[in-house]
Design a protein around this ligand. Structure first.
Ligand code: NAD
Ligand code: LMR
Length: 329
């Protein structure tokens, strides 16, 4: 057994928290040999509900769960944390876009960025789920003096998973056959699921699914609008699938599960200028990961004119979001 990983989850009494904590505590994020200590942050009025969640965690008798701490103080929550899962934020309701949450939710990430810098462990890594996730990650990073920029990531893995399933169903193959599917840009309706560079059973996807009108039309809009479709159907936003995607995101990044040889995964990360994505925004990219805390952008992929146009639009949206929160950076 290795020493425990200290994991902070914000918004832990919320919907995603309820779908996430039990999976972390059972070993699905860091593997069967790594104990975890959970540090759960909530706003004061939700602490009662959070106590109920903690009771349920206790009642699972998870062998890997090395302790639970509940708090409404960000400083206490991030104390010694190796991983910060920033989930706590308002979800959108019907008729809203994720960017409508910027002003309300952005403010949460200034204070949490500062607390991450002042009390997180030296190796702290951050995964943002709360929407609008890319720009919230940017806000947190800008307020976390001394924490290396590359430690701040946001989740586009749910979009990758959604895209893979749509493609597998269209091709009539098991979802595991769909590989090399990157989601570029923002976690918003402008996101770009890159079917041109994807593969099915090792073959270029576009040789298997030749219906380009479907790929550029129905497929794209289904993935881009999937969050809205779930809100319309459930009356509240995706929770179990979001928690599942966060398990995937962290497991590949730092949970001992490297990206399989020849494949890549999607993470929103601070741009280094690759593919013309300007530095200073956090964008979805195809990356390979070592499972030990490092990732690298996959270089040399060709984008079609169609994908390039979509990439430029999603980058423009991220730049607009950055401008809208300039006072928090
Ligand atoms: P929820 O309302 O069920 O839970 C959010 C929790 O955060 C609440 O318990 C609330 O009390 C808490 N909270 C609010 N402010 C806080 C603060 N300052 N500190 C700590 N906790 C705080 O919402 P949810 O369904 O769990 O969704 C959470 C966020 O995740 C939303 O912004 C949602 O839009 C987003 N989301 C992102 C993705 C993605 O793919 N990136 C997917 C699904 C949901
Ligand atoms: C999702 O993609 O399901 C989440 O970002 C929630 C939303 O607002 O769509």
């Amino acid at each position: 057994m290795s020493s425990p990983v200290r994991v902070t989850v914000t918004g832990a009494a919320g919907q995603i928290g309820y779908a996430l904590l039990f999976r972390i505590a059972s070993g699905q994020m860091f593997g069967p040999d790594t104990p975890v200590q959970l540090r759960l942050l909530e706003i004061t009025p939700a602490l009662g509900a959070l106590e109920g969640v903690a009771m349920e965690l206790d009642d699972c008798a998870f062998p890997l769960l090395a302790g639970i701490e509940l708090t409404d103080s960000a400083e206490t929550a991030f104390d010694g944390a190796n991983l910060a899962c920033l989930v706590g934020a308002k979800p959108r309701g019907p008729g809203m876009e994720r960017a409508d949450l910027l002003k309300d939710n952005g403010a949460i990430f200034t204070g949490q960025g500062r607390a991450i810098a002042s009390s997180g462990a030296d190796d702290i890594k951050v995964a943002v789920v709360g929407n609008p996730a890319n720009t919230n990650a940017l806000i947190a990073s800008a307020n976390a003096d001394g924490v290396p920029l590359e430690r701040f990531t946001a989740m586009v893995r749910l979009d990758e998973n959604r895209a893979k399933t749509q493609l597998a169903q269209k091709a009539g193959v098991p979802v595991a056959d769909v590989t090399n599917l990157a989601v570029w840009g923002n976690h918003s309706p402008t996101m770009v699921p890159d079917f041109d560079n994807a593969r099915i059973g090792g073959t270029p996807l576009t040789d298997v699914i030749t219906d380009r009108a479907w790929l550029e039309g129905e497929f794209l809009s289904t993935v881009q609008q999937r969050g809205k479709a779930i809100i319309d159907a459930r009356g509240s936003s995706s929770a179990a699938s979001a928690a599942n995607a966060l398990i995937d995101h962290v497991a590949n990044w730092t949970g001992g599960k490297p990206t399989p040889e020849g494949d890549w995964v999607s993470m929103a990360i601070p741009s280094d200028g690759s593919y013309g994505v300007p530095e200073g925004i956090i964008s979805g990219f195809p990356v390979t990961t070592d499972g030990a805390g490092s990732y690298e952008i996959v270089q040399g992929l060709q984008l079609t004119d169609f994908a390039q146009g979509k990439l430029e639009a999603t980058i423009a949206e991220l730049q607009e979001e950055r401008t809208a929160v300039a006072d928090m950076l």
